[in-house]
Write a protein that binds this ligand. Structure first.
Ligand code: MRU
Length: 367
């Protein structure tokens, strides 16, 4: 994705690895859209912290960050013996895995790396394999998102009004994005359309991140309050919904995504509006048998009781919004059932949610 900084535009990936300093290099998403700053995570603990604190967020982006974090942790080993090395890698894996629970991409990425490491006989060989596998995960994330764009672009016709929720854009991946990929491909094909970005309380990823991305990209868009979509749908002002996912169950077609997605799916169903979910293959969980088993992150009450923003003088501040003596419940994600989803846009094509399992070999699952 190209970012305008002052007079210049430059291409950035959301997550990269600097081999020389052995650092994971990230765009600090806490500061967007008000400031664009690159941060370096110099060891695997700082990398895990960057996921926990949401300096980096979004399923694919935290997948790549965890992947590089695991390789980084493996490279940090200072002991001796392959057994001690294995124990050290397991600790790094657990720390990164527990940083955020709902998205499955970090787990899928790291399991893939551990598999690849098995073919190395010595510690240096395993370290090199870990880094190569992490880089491969990051590169595949980009190519998967590009393929999602190719398959999904046909859904966005000239003049379409598209609703999206949260940020499943290039900031949520290594580049390109999942829900935004069809939009970028339709733009590339010369079609004009309009995007409504749900604000996405409590953290406002739609208002801050998706709106920023779309303005960088020159795509017509407006931010709407989370509660406005039903009204716009009832007036015939939304033609299509495209969202991302943090975990999609291959067995059932259920989709976990940012809190509020389920509500939008119910509304879209009520109004006969197509509802699509765009995912790379790393977002598919082939193991869980029910959406009820998806670990839903419960986040701090602070996020709901107030809000972070920037003052007119450019100072980043938290302001209290809610009644100060009240407590709050803040689940970060919800699960949308298969029957509310028109199609899942994957790098291999568009599938009905319940077709995923039948196509599991094509979609990277086990036989
Ligand atoms: O809590 P976040 O910002 O990490 O949430 C993840 C998301 O941005 C959304 O749920 C998104 O739609 C899926 S991530 C590609």
């Amino acid at each position: 994705m190209r970012v305008r900084i002052g007079q210049h535009t430059r291409h950035f990936r959301t997550v990269t690895f600097d081999r020389k300093s052995r650092s994971v290099v990230l765009i600090n998403q806490l500061l967007l859209p008000h400031a664009f700053r690159i941060e370096r995570m110099r060891d695997h603990r700082a990398t895990a912290d960057s996921i926990r604190k949401m300096i980096v967020r979004g399923a694919g982006a935290i997948g790549a960050t965890a992947a590089f974090g695991l390789a980084q942790g493996a490279l940090e080993f200072r002991g001796s013996g392959i057994v001690a090395f294995g124990k050290h890698v397991e600790k790094v894996f657990q720390l990164l895995k527990n940083a955020r629970p709902t998205a499955v991409d970090p787990l899928n990425a790291m399991i893939g790396i551990l598999q690849r490491m098995k073919s190395g006989k010595s510690i240096p060989e395993q370290q090199a394999l870990a880094l190569a596998a992490a880089q491969q995960f990051a590169d595949e994330d980009v190519s998967h998102c590009e393929s999602i764009g190719k398959h999904g672009a046909k859904l966005i016709h000239k003049g379409a009004r598209v609703l999206t929720h949260c940020n499943a854009g290039w900031l949520a991946f290594v580049d390109v994005g999942s829900a935004t990929a069809p939009m970028y491909a339709a733009q590339e094909a010369g079609r004009q359309f309009h995007v409504f970005c749900d604000e996405t309380r409590p953290r406002c990823q739609g208002a801050s991140l998706t709106a920023w991305e779309l303005s960088q990209q020159g795509i017509s868009h407006e931010i709407i309050a989370d509660n406005a979509a039903g009204h716009l749908m009832s007036r015939g002002e939304i033609d299509l919904v495209i969202v991302g996912s943090d975990r999609t169950l291959g067995r059932t077609g259920e989709v976990a995504n940012k809190i509020g997605t389920y509500t939008k799916a119910v509304l879209a169903h009520r109004h006969g509006i197509p509802f699509y979910v765009a995912i790379p293959l790393s977002t598919i969980d082939w193991n869980l048998k029910s959406g009820r088993d998806i670990p839903i992150e419960e986040r701090s009450a602070e996020e709901l009781l107030g809000i972070w923003g920037v003052t007119r003088r450019g100072k980043r501040e938290y302001v209290c919004v809610a009644n100060p003596t009240s407590s709050a419940r803040n689940p970060g994600f919800d699960v949308t059932p298969a029957e509310l989803i028109t199609g899942i846009i994957t790098p291999k094509g568009i599938f009905k949610p319940r077709e995923l399992w039948r196509n599991r070999v094509r979609l990277g699952g086990a036989r």
